[in-house]
Design a protein around this ligand. Structure first.
Ligand code: NAD
Length: 323
């Protein structure tokens, strides 16, 4: 396993990170015992970065991960989140965040997390995120319940605005850097490099689009993106390659991202994903994938408050002022 420094935190994280949302049955019903085995298998093979949230499975993923980490907590760098509790239930108020960390620690069966992130800040208000929520996370950090603080979102614009206005240790971006889309590098990576912010890239399989099984029913991407994903699956099949392995490998090749989070809930996928560490993508396949993706490359969907969205054409500076 290769380890990289997670920006200014100095934490040494495995380049392959364990995304725990599938443990909360976000993609399909999973077997809890398989989930525990997946976590143990990952740890045994050197994966040390685990990411979860109270939102995943509405606390189920945190509970299952807490059980799986019993006796192994010291082997992992544990990240959870706060502020998002259901599809349409957000609360970035100070009181809720203080309660949230205590609830997460109880479910995760630990006295601290290594990283506490504001979950999906595009659904919040810019001023509340910068003036209330992030200072609250710093207070939680001072109390010893979290070692570092970060933010997550789908739109890159709000991540950029907040990371420019406030001090954050890490940014988790998802569905902005994989075979279907690479605008992370135009819109966010340079700022992270400049400010030494640890960059976490999530959803290398585009939340299931780049798998044989395909996207889950709730996937918000437009149909044309899902169709583009099927063309990638077919290109991989023609080359006798596993689309998920190829997609993950592509993300692992990123030079600045410290860790790539792939969602896992069974040992079979965990082992396949571990094997990807020793794999290379044949250039001929890469060329075919580029052709398959070209008509839908870099298409993103709306998420959160319109003012915080990449789909809102208002210039960034005006957005910050308006927020
Ligand atoms: P993903 O792109 O990692 O896809 C996960 C899906 O792919 C699951 O159904 C999983 O079972 C399946 N899968 C995994 N390995 C596979 C393999 N080898 N072959 C076939 N299928 C495979 O999407 P994700 O889970 O949403 O993202 C990864 C993690 O990143 C999440 O679990 C979460 O921890 C984090 N994340 C955070 C945010 C946020 O903070 N807003 C958003 C998205 C993801």
């Amino acid at each position: 396993m290769e380890y990289r420094t997670l920006g200014k935190t100095g934490l040494q994280v495995s380049i392959l990170g364990f995304g725990a949302s599938p443990l909360g049955d976000e993609f399909r019903k999973t077997d809890p015992a398989e989930g525990v085995r997946a976590v143990h298998c990952a740890i045994d093979h050197g994966v040390n970065f685990f990411d979860v949230s109270p939102y995943y499975g509405r606390t189920l993923a945190e509970m299952r991960l807490g059980i799986a980490l019993e006796g192994r907590r010291d082997k992992v760098i544990l990240a959870t989140k706060c502020g998002r509790y259901d599809a349409a239930r957000f609360d970035f108020s100070v009181d809720r965040l203080y309660r949230s960390i205590d609830e997460s620690l109880a479910r995760l069966r630990t006295d601290h997390v290594d990283l506490l992130q504001l979950h999906d800040i595009e659904f919040g208000d810019f001023r509340q995120i910068v003036e209330e929520a992030l200072p609250a996370l710093r207070k939680i950090q001072q109390s010893g319940k979290a070692r570092y603080v970060g933010i997550t979102a789908l739109p890159l614009k709000i991540l950029r605005v907040v990371a420019s206005a406030a001090d954050v240790d890490t940014i988790l971006s998802y569905c902005r850097y994989n075979l279907m889309i690479t605008d992370l590098d135009d819109l966010l990576t340079p700022l992270c490099q400049e400010r030494n912010i640890g960059l976490i890239n999530a959803s290398p399989l585009h939340m299931g689009i780049l798998t044989e099984r395909g996207a889950p029913a709730w996937h918000p991407a437009p149909q044309q993106v899902k169709d583009g994903g099927r063309r990638v699956v077919e290109a991989c099949r023609r080359h006798g390659a596993d689309v998920s392995a190829v997609s993950l490998r592509y993300c692992l090749n990123h030079p600045y991202v410290a860790t790539t989070l792939v969602g896992m809930a069974d040992p079979e996928h965990t082992l396949i994903n571990l094997k990807v560490l020793d794999m290379e993508i044949p250039p001929a396949l890469m060329a075919e994938i580029a052709l398959a993706v070209a008509p839908v490359k870099d298409i993103i969907w709306a998420s959160g408050n319109p003012i915080n969205n990449d789909c809102d054409a208002t210039p960034l500076t005006a957005q910050a002022g308006r927020a």
